[in-house]
Design a protein around this ligand. Structure first.
Ligand SMILES: Cc1ncc(C[n+]2csc(CCOP(=O)(O)OP(=O)(O)O)c2C)c(N)n1
Length: 359
């Protein structure tokens, strides 16, 4: 026969905990209560951190900020599946993953208050936030390739959005990872929008996960508002990568509940009814029901937790606001030898700071 099907591929969907808090016991990961509580605490802390950042920005105490409201499970589920010595490459909306990786809240606030100094003391193996969309992807693949060549047992995990899948860096990184079978886990946060551009206008593909198939490796779509599904899928991908099985792409199907950033007005491009529908799928709420059924969560537990974590957030803000940044740092680490135009800008800024602030 001259014509026959030579390719038959598919993409799985994974959900373990549904929006009503019902768990699929066959798929439920075996996690002890301490770990489950850690997941819950970190999701709640991320939400409190986020809410405070938005308020600070509105009071003129923070620069432009991108909220992660609604994406807490997608962020922390993957990060908690990692080992501390795995490489972590975040985009700009992964506050939850950064918190799960042990990055102090104070540093996150200092960064969003505008100081690169925060990046100088990040815990090892945690890359700084990448503001340019997708540039972190080739970096992650490169680090994974290096780990493979050096026979280290580490995996690179890279986070990016649905919009990032239209960038050249994404395709180059995915292709390289497929060809060289690098130990890389690609976590795509499909939050349905790239600023004002809806997912349907980003790509004609039915899923984002299927893009991995074109590069010769597995892609899976998970319910991104289900922390158990995100954790389990990432754990499986990490185990596979460590065993020499190469890369995986995980598409977390989630929703950006807030604006793109504090400079955006989403009412211009999406309907409130859509937001209301997604409210019913809240990742924290469903995990709360799950913990309540396990006898871990109750209203007193919640009240105590909110009090404790709010204090933690307030303390971090205080520390961040009393931090004295060294403005010269933003010029220091790009070139081994600073070009004249940059030197000129640095001198101008230093003169301004010294005049304005007497430093
Ligand atoms: C290379 C590059 N192009 C454009 C921008 C401007 N920009 C910032 S965020 C963004 C949309 C990103 O969408 P997505 O990847 O889906 O992530 P999300 O913001 O939804 O988390 C754009 C176009 C940028 N930062 N970098």
């Amino acid at each position: 026969m001259p014509r026959r099907k030579i390719l038959d591929m598919s993409v799985d969907w994974l959900q373990i905990l549904d929006p009503e808090g019902n768990v699929d016991e066959d798929l439920e990961p075996k996690l002890d209560n301490g770990t489950l509580e850690k997941f819950y605490r970190t999701m709640v802390l991320t939400r409190l951190f986020d809410d405070k950042a938005l308020k600070l920005q509105r009071q003129g105490r923070m620069l432009t900020y991108g909220s992660s409201l609604g994406q807490e499970a997608s962020a922390i589920g993957g990060a908690y599946a990692m080992n501390p010595d795995d490489w972590f490459f975040p985009s700009f909306r992964e506050h939850g993953a950064q918190i799960a990786r042990g990055i102090p809240l104070k540093l996150l606030y200092i960064y969003w208050m505008g100081s690169e100094d925060a990046n100088l003391t990040l815990p090892p193996r945690n890359f700084p936030v990448a503001i340019p969309v997708s540039t972190q992807i080739p970096h992650a693949v490169g680090a994974a390739w290096a780990a493979k060549i050096q026979k280290q047992n580490t995996v690179s995990v890279v986070y990016f959005g649905d919009g990032a899948t239209s960038e050249g860096d994404f395709h180059e990184g995915m292709n390289f990872a497929g060809v060289f079978k690098t130990p890389t886990v690609f976590i795509c946060q499909n939050n349905q929008y790239a600023i004002s551009l809806p997912r349907e206008r980003q790509t004609a593909s039915k899923t984002l996960a299927q893009k991995a198939l074109a590069y010769g490796f597995e892609g899976i779509q998970v319910d991104g508002n289900d922390v158990l599904a995100v954790y389990s899928a990432t754990r499986a991908a990490l185990d596979k990568a460590r065993a020499g099985g190469g890369p995986t792409m995980i598409e977390c199907f989630t929703y950006r509940m807030s604006a793109h950033t504090t400079s955006d007005d989403p009412s211009k491009y999406r309907q409130m009814a859509e937001v209301e529908e997604w409210k019913k799928k809240d990742p924290i709420k469903r995990f709360q029901i799950y913990l309540s059924k396990k006898g871990i969560w109750n209203q007193d537990y919640e009240n105590n937790l909110i009090k404790e974590l709010t204090e933690q957030v307030e303390k971090a803000v205080e520390e961040a606001e009393s931090f004295k940044p060294d403005v010269e740092n933003m010029f220091r680490y790009v070139y081994a030898e600073m070009p004249p135009d940059l030197r000129e800008q640095r001198d101008e800024l230093l003169a301004y700071v010294s005049k304005k602030m007497g430093r």
